[in-house]
Design a protein around this ligand. Structure first.
Ligand code: NDP
Length: 323
């Protein structure tokens, strides 16, 4: 992977979350000599507060910002709080980009998500389709705040020639995720449910039909790609960071893989009264694969290995993790 010439001071917002902790782990082993990395969270600075955000930028004086901080959650959490998802994420993004601009940050890489793409779309999804139609209603607040982040990036580029850009990960999973049953994404939620079903000798109940399809990226793979992006991705247009289309799996397969990793042998029951969300959001990683030889051959962790690792971490950290 290409090295940057200038010394970099990288501020990572959202540094205590699923993705932030994976980036921190990756950087521990792969930091270049002329790089300094700082990881921040909401306890140090609430980024919905402009003054707190300004103080954070004054403290670290970053040359680069990897902007991960967001109000994040699964389907059911999004369904219940669309206003909060829209407002909090909009405030955070506006404050971070304004402070980055006012303190002359060379590059900001922010994080969008594949769930922001239009509901009515052709597959595979690519980067050109972000604004082509309304997103699925289930996460419209979160999705529109994220889309507006791309608009703001383009505006800073046009008016001030800033290199503020974004990456679009597919569904992420791994250690340090939020396993809270009310708030979690599908994988941490199912791991927690299956763990309880095994402990209490009850059926493992999966919300929905099990038929929707998803691409999942293991957090340490995403971390490696994000570090590449902050060093080397200079295009203002978004970049999808995803496993290959052939790695797409059904929710039923996800549940079975989790059950197998947890050695759960009881019944798996699909609760068809619950929403499935969008049927699929198959995304193309062709742009990413085309950007360098190391990205063309980037080897993703297999889904089964990633789940085994995540389940092992969850069992070990059950008493202290976010659940
Ligand atoms: P987590 O929920 O695990 O972490 C969120 C991070 O944001 C935490 O560090 C949290 O700090 C911080 N944060 C939240 N609110 C604020 C605030 N008001 N001020 C300052 N910091 C705040 O999220 P992920 O790691 O999963 O997500 C990282 C990024 O990746 C997000 O932008 C998300 O939208 C994106 N993404 C995630 C996907 C996924 O499947 N998880 C898929 C696609 C994109 P604290 O710990 O102090 O609360």
């Amino acid at each position: 992977m290409k090295d940057m010439k200038m010394a970099m001071i990288v501020l990572v917002t959202g540094g205590s979350g699923l993705v932030g902790r994976a980036v921190e782990e990756y950087v521990k082993n792969n930091k270049l000599n002329d790089e300094t990395w700082y990881f921040t969270n909401s306890k140090e600075a609430n980024l919905t507060d402009l003054e707190a955000t300004k103080r954070l930028f004054l403290k670290y004086k970053p040359t680069h910002v990897l902007h991960l901080a967001a109000k994040v959650g699964g389907l059911f959490y999004n369904l219940h709080q669309p206003v909060d998802f829209y407002r909090e994420n909009t405030l955070i993004n506006d404050n971070v980009l304004l402070c980055a601009h006012e303190s002359n940050v060379v590059k900001v890489v922010s994080c969008l998500s594949t769930c922001i793409f239009p509901n009515e779309i052709t597959y595979p999804i690519d980067e050109s389709m972000v604004h082509n139609g309304l997103p699925h209603t289930s996460n419209i607040g979160y999705a529109m705040a994220k889309r507006n982040l791309d608009i703001l990036n383009q505006c800073y580029g046009r008016q001030y020639d800033r290199c503020f850009t974004s990456v679009i990960p597919t569904n992420v999973y791994g250690p340090h995720d939020n396993f809270n049953l009310e708030e979690s994404h599908v994988i941490p939620g199912l791991i927690h449910k299956c763990y309880l079903a095994k402990r209490d000798q009850t059926p493992f109940v999966v919300s929905g039909t099990g038929s929707p399809l998803r691409q999942f990226i293991f957090s340490s793979d995403l971390a490696a790609l994000m570090v590449w992006a902050i060093r080397s991705y200079d295009d203002r247009n978004p970049l999808i960071l995803s496993v290959d289309e052939s790695a797409e799996v059904s929710i039923k397969y996800v549940a079975e893989t989790i059950a197998s990793a947890l050695k759960f042998t009881g019944p798996i029951v699909f609760d068809r009264s619950k929403s499935d969300g969008q049927y699929k959001k198959t995304a193309s990683n062709a742009k990413m694969r085309s950007l360098s030889p190391s990205l063309a051959t980037f080897n993703f962790t297999s889904f089964e290995d990633g789940i085994t690792h995540t389940v092992g971490w969850f069992i070990q950290e059950f008493s202290s993790c976010r659940c």
